[in-house]
Design a protein around this ligand. Structure first.
Ligand code: DAT
Ligand code: MG
Length: 151
């Protein structure tokens, strides 16, 4: 299998709404492997680093205030195609346009409270994993399911 890793975060709204287990279950049942997880309250400056590519957008300040407003569940998930397919599980950025069956489509209504983040490509996945996690926080293990998930 062509393994890759992506950064997934449940934002403060998803945590406060009690959606952690619901969201983790979707990645877990798919067959992806959890390799790192922690609950953190990021500073506003840290939120700004995470969203640095959006710094010129009018919603940037509000977005950083929001991300730093409470606990965020930061995770790294591994699997074949997990970066791209993780985005598919999450759904479109604006939940009013996300398909039913996706996380945002099923569980959120407005773009400013869309409950989850996922890296949008291999480069951002690498950068975001390095921003949120120290190397020693990333586990390396063989999932017992692997031979059944991938054959
Ligand atoms: P995504 O989270 O789907 O990768 P993005 O990277 O374009 O989307 O934007 C990051 C976050 O910024 C997004 O999850 C919610 C917020 N956001 C995006 N567009 C917005 C808008 N037009 N108004 C308010 N918030 C917005
Ligand atoms: Mg993005």
């Amino acid at each position: 299998a062509q393994m890759e890793r992506t950064f997934i975060a449940i934002k403060p709204d998803g945590v406060q709404r009690g959606l952690i287990s619901e969201i983790i279950a979707r990645f877990e049942r798919k067959g992806f492997k959890l390799v790192a997880i922690k609950l953190v309250v990021p500073s506003k400056a840290f939120a700004g680093k995470h969203y640095h590519d959006l710094k010129d957008r009018p919603f940037f300040n509000g977005l950083c205030n929001f991300l730093s407003s409470g606990p965020v569940l930061a995770m790294v998930w591994e699997g074949e195609g997990v970066i791209r397919y993780g985005r598919k599980l999450i759904g479109a950025t604006d939940p009013s346009k996300s398909e039913p069956g996706t996380i945002r489509g099923d569980l959120a209504i407005v773009v400013g409270r869309n409950i989850i983040h996922g890296s949008d490509g291999p480069e951002t996945a690498k950068d975001e994993i390095n921003l949120w996690f120290k190397p020693e926080e990333l586990t390396n293990y063989t999932s017992n399911q692997e031979k059944w998930v991938y054959g």
